[in-house]
Design a protein around this ligand. Structure first.
Ligand SMILES: Nc1ncnc2c1ncn2[C@@H]1O[C@H](COP(=O)(O)OP(=O)(O)OP(=O)(O)O)[C@@H](O)[C@H]1O
Ligand SMILES: [Mg+2]
Length: 340
C-alpha cells in the first residue's frame, strides 16, 4: 500500500514525491506507523521545510533543506547542509545533551528527524514579547563557549566540518562582501574582516546563533538550525547573537536587551580556554560591527528594523565601529539604543 500523507495548517503544503520519500524514510526508521501520516508545517522555514509529525512514540520534527532559500534575493545553498546539521547536532549533544534536540533518523534528500521539544518557545518570541531573561542570555554565552572549548584545535572536528564553501556562500558573501561592494569607504576593512574570518580554523562554529534558532527550555537554551556549521573562527557565534540583541535593543528601545548582550559576552568570555580571551573579544567586536551593518544594508536585513531612524542609529554606530573596532565587551557597553 502506498504511504498516505497530508499537510495541515496555514503553512506551505509539501511536494508529493519528496513527501512520499520522507514518509517512507520515517517508516523505515520506525518513527511512524503504517496508517496516515500528517506533516504539519512549523513556522520559520526560510531555508528548509520543517514539519511536525505525530508518531507512535510522540511528536517529532522533520527538517528538509531547500536548494534555494526563501529570501527576496536569489540565494542558493547546497542541500548537503542538512547532513552537516545532523553532524553538528550530534557533536554538540556529546558536549552537553541538554542543549540540542536528539536526532532520531537521517532521511532521503539530506532531511532528518529529531525529537520535538514541547512547550519550549523560541527565544526571539520571548524577547519580542518583552520577556527578557538576562540569566538565560548568560546561559546562551556559556553553552556556545562550551562547544567551542570542546572542539578547539580538534583535528577530527576540522575534518568533519569542511564546509568553507557553504559558509562563504551563506555568511561571508551576503553579510560582508555584499556590503563592501556598496560601501567603498568601508570596503578595505570589510574585505580584511572577511579574509580573516575565512582563514581562521580554530573551533566548531554553529554559524546561525540567532534568537530565532534557540528554544527556551526548562533546562536552559536549546540550539537549532546548524546548517551553516563550519570549523572556523569561534568569535563568529557570539558576534552573530549579540548583533541580534543589539538590533532589538534599538528597535524596542529596551535596555534589558543590551544587558542580555552584556551577560552573553561575559559568560562567553569566561568560557574561552583555547586562546587569549582578549583576542577572541576583539575579533568578535569586529565581526559584530560588520554584521550590524549587514543587517541594515545586506542581503538579509532584520525585517523589523524598518524605521529610518532605527536604521540610522545602527548604520552610524556600525560604520564607525568598522573603521575603529572595539572588543565585543566594550562595544556592547558603549552601544546606544537612541540618539539624543
Ligand atoms: N526539535 C524541535 N522542537 C520544537 N520545535 C522545533 C524543533 N525544531 C524546530 N522547531 C521549530 O521550527 C522552527 C524552524 O526550525 P529551524 O530553525 O531548524 O528551521 P529553518 O528552516 O532553518 O528556519 P529559519 O530559516 O526560519 O531559521 C523553529 O524556530 C522552531 O519553532
Ligand atoms: Mg531557524
Amino acid at each position: 500500500m502506498p504511504p498516505i500523507w497530508s499537510a495541515r495548517g496555514s503553512g506551505r503544503s509539501c511536494d508529493v514525491t519528496e513527501a512520499v520519500d520522507i514518509v517512507e524514510g520515517l517508516r523505515a526508521a520506525g518513527l511512524v506507523g503504517e496508517g496516515d501520516v500528517t506533516l504539519e508545517p512549523l513556522t520559520g522555514g526560510v531555508s528548509c521545510d520543517v514539519w511536525k509529525v505525530d508518531g507512535p512514540a510522540g511528536p517529532i520534527v522533520v527538517k528538509r533543506p531547500l536548494p534555494q532559500l526563501r529570501v527576496a534575493a536569489e540565494w542558493l545553498a547546497p542541500v548537503e547542509r542538512g547532513t552537516s546539521e545532523v553532524r553538528w547536532l550530534r557533536r554538540a549533544r556529546g558536549v552537553d545533551n541538554r542543549i540540542v534536540p536528539e536526532v532520531l533518523a537521517e532521511l532521503p534528500g539530506h532531511a532528518f528527524a529529531m525529537r520535538f521539544l514541547p512547550g519550549c518557545p523560541v527565544w526571539k518570541d520571548e524577547l519580542t514579547a518583552g520577556r527578557v531573561d538576562v540569566d538565560f542570555a548568560a546561559a546562551v554565552g556559556r553553552s556556545i563557549a562550551a562547544i567551542h572549548a570542546a572542539t578547539a584545535n580538534s583535528e577530527s572536528d576540522r575534518q568533519d566540518f569542511p564546509n568553507d564553501a557553504m559558509f562563504r556562500a551563506l555568511r561571508v558573501d551576503p553579510f560582508f562582501l555584499h556590503v563592501a561592494q556598496k560601501e567603498p569607504a568601508l570596503a578595505p576593512a570589510l574585505y580584511a574582516l572577511a579574509d580573516d574570518l575565512i582563514a581562521r580554523k580554530i573551533a566548531l562554529v554553529h554559524g546561525d546563533v540567532s534568537p530565532k534558532n534557540i528554544l527556551v527550555s526548562a533546562d536552559g537554551p536549546v540550539f537549532l538550525d546548524a546548517e551553516c556549521a563550519v570549523f572556523g573562527d569561534p568569535a563568529f557565534d557570539p558576534a552573530f547573537c549579540i548583533t541580534h540583541l543589539l538590533l532589538k535593543a534599538v528597535w524596542l528601545n529596551d535596555d534589558r536587551l543590551t544587558q542580555a548582550a552584556t551577560a552573553l559576552v561575559e559568560t562567553y568570555r569566561a568560557g574561552i580556554s583555547w586562546e587569549a580571551a582578549d583576542e577572541v573579544m576583539l575579533r568578535a567586536g569586529k565581526l559584530t560591527a560588520g554584521l550590524l551593518l549587514a543587517r541594515v544594508e545586506g542581503k538579509s536585513p532584520a525585517p523589523y528594523l524598518t524605521d529610518p531612524e532605527h536604521k540610522r542609529i545602527v548604520r552610524d554606530q556600525a560604520s564607525a565601529l568598522i573603521l575603529a573596532p572595539q572588543p565585543a565587551d566594550q562595544l556592547v557597553a558603549n552601544w546606544k539604543r537612541t540618539y539624543p
